[in-house]
Design a protein around this ligand. Sequence first.
Ligand SMILES: Cc1cc2nc3c(=O)[nH]c(=O)nc-3n(C[C@H](O)[C@H](O)[C@H](O)COP(=O)(O)O)c2cc1C
Length: 124
Amino acid sequence: MRFSGKVVKGMGLGKGLGFPTFNLDARPQLEHGVYAVQAFVGGVFACPHNALMHYGPKPSVGRDDIFCEVYFLKFPEGLEVDALEIEVLGKLRDVMKFDGLEALVEQMKKDEEEARERYFGGEV
Ligand SMILES: Cc1cc2nc3c(=O)[nH]c(=O)nc-3n(C[C@H](O)[C@H](O)[C@H](O)COP(=O)(O)O)c2cc1C
């Protein structure tokens, strides 16, 4: 499944957590959850970047509205991103409510590890 979206401004929390994300305006026909994806930047000749996507509400930070956020495992310095095309590889888990940001960050690290092993061939 593939879709594209424009980058919109997020809450700006992710950077401080070590998981900076691009917020997309897209609302794909997908169950809410955390996914392993490939993100393509910049049109026809774009190459894929391994990434994680959070799609759904953010109960851990008290938000019931829907977000589509993409975190690059290895972000190329200086790359300008105003839109992304996303190819969904597979679902890692459902959205969960964590007591505090520390627990959320712990889980995001596990998500990254799992995606690396299951979808990215052990690579970054
Ligand atoms: C891989 C990944 C998994 C996430 N999983 C959850 C989750 O299970 N529950 C949740 O409330 N938020 C989850 N989030 C969203 C974070 O709450 C969000 O990225 C954080 O609040 C920073 O948002 P901001 O950069 O828009 O401020 C996840 C984000 C990422 C990148």
